[in-house]
Design a protein around this ligand. Structure first.
Ligand SMILES: *[C@@H]1O[C@H](CO)[C@@H](O)[C@H](O)[C@H]1NC(C)=O
Length: 342
C-alpha cells in the first residue's frame, strides 16, 4: 500500500473514532473498550519486553553468565563476585591455589585482578555448566593484552557459582621438553596392542565430539587419527605449553601424534553441556602417568558450521608446574629428574 493510502486509511480510521456516533451508547462502549485495549496493549508490550529479558537471563549459558560477572569493561568487582557465589563455592586457580567460600574468592580477585579487566574471547555451556576463554587487559586499554586463559564453571540450581577451575598460560613454554620428558618417564611402558573397543561414530558439534573422544574413544584405544577425522582442515589448536598455535590439520596431526605416548592417559573430569547447537564446550581433565595422578588441565573446543572442531585451547596446570608434577611421580622425594649432588 503506498504511504499516502496508508495515511488516508489512518485518517479515515481516526475520523470514524472522533465523529459523534449516531447511536451513542454502542459506539461509546466501543471507544472505551478500544481505550482499554490500548492500555492493555502497552502493558502487554512492557510485559513481553520484560519477559524477553527474563528469559534471556534464564537461557544464558553458564559461560555467558560468567562473562557477565567477570568480563566487565571497568574490571572485576570482588564484592559482586562474592555475592554471586554459593556459600560452599570452590574456586580452583591452577596457577596458585584453591579458594573456598565467597570471601576467599573475593580476596583472590582483589589481589590478582587489580586494575585489570578480563577480556572474554569465547563462551560455552548450557544453563549450569560451561566456560570461557579470555585474556588480561589493562582497564581502559585494549591495545595490548597479557596473560591468556580459560575458565570452566558450574552453577548450582539456584544460579550461584559452585565450582570454578581457572587455567592460564605458563610463562615458560615447556612444550617440547614436556613431550621428551613424558616419553622418558614412560619409556619402559609397552605400547599395548589390544584392539580398540569403542564403537566408531562421527559426532558433530563441540559438546558431542568432546564427549565422544574423551569418554568413549580415547579410553577404549582410539588413536589420534580418530580425533583428526573430527577436526576441521583449518583448525587452530592452542596448546599453551607451546609458544605458537598449531594451524591447520597437518600441523595438528604432527602435534597430537607426538603426545600419543603409552602410559599417558588424559582423563576427563567435568565436560560442560552446550547451548542449542552445542558448538562450544569447556572441560577439565587430569593426566594419569603410569596410572598415577599427573598434571591437571582445562580445554575449550569450538566447532564450525559443519560440526567439525575448528578451535581448541588446552591449558595444563602451571602450579605445580607440569614438569614438577611429573618429576614428583618419577622421584617423589626429591621431585627432580636427576638428583643434584653439587
Ligand atoms: C548441562 O550439562 C551438564 C553436563 O552434560 C549436565 O550434567 C547438566 O544436567 C546440564 N544442565 C542442564 C540445565 O541441562
Amino acid at each position: 500500500m503506498p504511504i499516502q493510502h496508508a495515511i488516508l486509511a489512518l485518517c479515515s480510521l481516526s475520523t470514524t473514532a472522533l465523529i459523534a456516533p449516531r447511536a451513542a451508547t454502542p459506539a461509546l462502549t466501543r471507544v472505551r473498550v478500544e481505550t482499554l485495549n490500548f492500555g492493555e496493549m502497552l502493558q502487554n508490550v512492557a510485559r513481553q519486553v520484560g519477559g524477553a529479558r527474563a528469559s534471556a537471563a534464564a537461557s544464558q549459558t553458564a559461560g555467558e553468565k560468567l562473562k557477565a560477572l567477570l568480563g566487565k569493561a571497568e574490571g572485576v568487582d570482588p564484592a559482586e563476585i562474592a555475592a554471586a557465589c554459593a556459600d560452599d563455592v570452590l574456586y580452583e586457580d591452577m596457577a596458585s591455589s584453591t579458594f573456598k567460600g565467597p570471601a576467599a574468592v573475593a580476596a583472590y580477585f582483589t589481589t590478582k585482578y587489580q586494575g585489570c579487566r578480563i577480556a572474554v574471547e569465547k563462551t560455552a555451556g548450557n544453563a549450569t555448566t560451561g566456560g570461557m576463554t579470555w585474556r588480561r587487559e589493562k582497564v581502559g586499554d585494549s591495545s595490548v593484552y597479557g596473560l591468556r586463559g580459560t575458565t570452566y564453571c558450574r552453577f548450582d540450581e539456584g544460579g550461584k557459582l559452585l565450582y570454578v577451575r581457572e587455567g592460564s598460560e605458563p610463562l615458560l613454554k615447556p612444550g617440547e621438553a614436556t613431550e621428551a620428558l613424558l616419553k622418558a618417564v614412560t619409556a619402559n611402558v609397552e605400547k599395548e596392542d589390544t584392539p580398540a573397543t569403542y564403537e566408531p561414530r562421527a559426532p558433530t558439534g563441540a559438546v558431542a565430539v568432546a564427549d565422544y573422544l574423551w569418554n568413549e574413544a580415547y579410553p577404549k584405544g582410539a588413536t589420534p587419527a580418530v580425533a583428526l577425522e573430527l577436526f576441521a582442515e583449518d583448525i587452530r589448536y592452542e596448546d599453551f605449553n607451546y609458544p605458537a598455535p598449531f594451524l591447520g590439520k597437518p600441523a595438528v596431526k604432527e602435534f597430537v601424534e607426538a603426545f600419543d605416548i603409552p602410559g599417558i592417559d588424559f582423563v576427563p573430569l567435568e565436560i560442560s553441556g552446550g547451548d542449542v547447537d552445542g558448538g562450544a564446550c569447556c572441560f577439565t581433565w587430569i593426566v594419569k602417568v603410569n596410572g598415577q595422578d599427573g598434571p591437571k588441565g582445562i580445554s575449550f573446543y569450538e566447532s564450525d558450521g559443519a560440526g567439525k572442531i575448528s578451535y581448541i585451547r588446552d591449558i595444563p596446570a602451571t602450579t605445580p608446574a607440569p614438569l614438577q608434577a611429573i618429576a614428583a611421580l618419577v622421584n617423589p622425594e626429591l621431585r627432580v629428574f636427576s638428583p643434584r649432588a653439587d
